[in-house]
Design a protein around this ligand. Sequence first.
Ligand SMILES: *[C@@H]1O[C@H](CO)[C@@H](O)[C@H](O)[C@H]1NC(C)=O
Ligand SMILES: *[C@@H]1O[C@H](CO)[C@@H](O)[C@H](O)[C@H]1NC(C)=O
Ligand SMILES: *[C@@H]1O[C@H](CO)[C@@H](O)[C@H](O)[C@H]1NC(C)=O
Ligand SMILES: *[C@@H]1O[C@H](CO)[C@@H](O)[C@H](O)[C@H]1NC(C)=O
Ligand SMILES: *[C@@H]1O[C@H](CO)[C@@H](O)[C@H](O)[C@H]1NC(C)=O
Length: 412
Amino acid sequence: MAEKPLLQLPFFFCFFLPFFSLLVGTANAKSTIEPCTGTDSCPALLGYRLYADLKVSEVAALFQADPVALLAANSVDFSVPDVENRILPSGLFLRVPAACSCSGGIRRSLSTRYTVRPADTLSSIAASVYGGLASPDQIQEANNIQDPSALDAGRTLVIPLPCTCFNSSDNFLPAVYLSYVVRQGDSVPAVAARYSTTVTDIMNVNNMGSPSIQQGDILAIPLPACASMFPKYASDYGLIVANGTYAITASHCVQCSCGPGNLNLYCTPASLAVSCSSMQCSNSSLMLGNYTSQQTAAGCSVTSCNYGGFVNGSIVTRLSASLQPRCPGQHQFPPVIPPPTTVLRDSFLAPSPSPAEAGGTITTPRSSVPGTSTLPGVSPASGPTGSTSSVRQLSHTRCLFALSLVLLVLLF
Ligand SMILES: *[C@@H]1O[C@H](CO)[C@@H](O)[C@H](O)[C@H]1NC(C)=O
Ligand SMILES: *[C@@H]1O[C@H](CO)[C@@H](O)[C@H](O)[C@H]1NC(C)=O
Ligand SMILES: *[C@@H]1O[C@H](CO)[C@@H](O)[C@H](O)[C@H]1NC(C)=O
Ligand SMILES: *[C@@H]1O[C@H](CO)[C@@H](O)[C@H](O)[C@H]1NC(C)=O
Ligand SMILES: *[C@@H]1O[C@H](CO)[C@@H](O)[C@H](O)[C@H]1NC(C)=O
């Protein structure tokens, strides 16, 4: 008779304990969660602050990102000699391009692997190495770690990272989303100003009732971007580049930039010495990015050679003719900076994604939904709306431990 309630107790306990911990008021960081269906991944950016002086290649390796794509996304000149061995300063803020996949019904990046070093703990990996983008509990769950105190050096961990795409648009305009870890002293108006967006937009996107944030919260910040229109079968389908930045694609053969004058993606041959298929538009003398213009009575007739995606290892070029009110001048590129060696006060660099470039395999984690509560549906508002969820959660281990304690207490 007493058997049934006793067996059910564990379930109730495990189910409600997370809510208890919320009520008790442990410092729970919030992060924005985007529900999703299907298996497609989309381009996103992770806002990452270096925890130590690191080589470009080391930062890229932390996220299994392409070093050149990483630099391009931050408008750092990637054509300087030996750029991968340049040392970037501790505290530098970078935008790391990441493939944002759909797993367990929510968007998150699961392509990051980290090899445990001696003296690492889940907290040091989450808070220090990954700058608060990851949480110890999520790493523990994603890797099915029974005993976090016994972390074997050399073990490779999946590091789940928060990302959102919201259909790569914001208020019906192309946008790429940056996962931003709130620092002490940040306020929503200050963050909005820094990223040229509005408090209202940040609140809508992050489904916030009030513009209050806490250190460690992770905000999704929409950045205006240039979208591509490549065919679905192109390997760089969905490429989107944040305003003021670059992306590298087509096996490092093509670089694309966005801004500053308009939000039309502009692609040219990349300045890297690699062997590439032809970048000349057929039936014309124009190369990728070249255009000719001629003033006519009706306006300016512009012929341009544009990039159409990377298909089966070849660069698709498209010759297009248009009539514009005015002839375009020399194309303006977003400014690039040399690899930084010092961190300016509140330094931050520019953005961009590059879906095809970020290496690493995307695997399905063992766990399902990382939040403690159920996910609400997508709001049909004009802008994208995420839901905010508590990042912290109970691991199975801890829950089982708590359960055994309860059972012991009940039995004796
Ligand atoms: C996503 O955006 C595309 C255009 O960028 C649009 O055609 C499509 O309807 C959007 N999908 C959703 C679910 O909003
Ligand atoms: C793009 O960036 C440039 C330079 O930073 C800025 O002047 C322009 O307003 C930005 N465009 C949009 C749509 O945000
Ligand atoms: C090249 O141009 C010629 C004449 O202008 C035209 O007949 C031919 O179809 C064009 N070829 C391609 C591949 O567009
Ligand atoms: C065409 O594009 C190439 C490569 O970007 C560039 O070197 C060349 O100057 C351009 N030519 C013209 C006429 O714009
Ligand atoms: C790419 O190549 C495969 C075979 O190698 C072919 O079946 C496919 O049609 C090609 N796709 C395009 C878009 O050319």
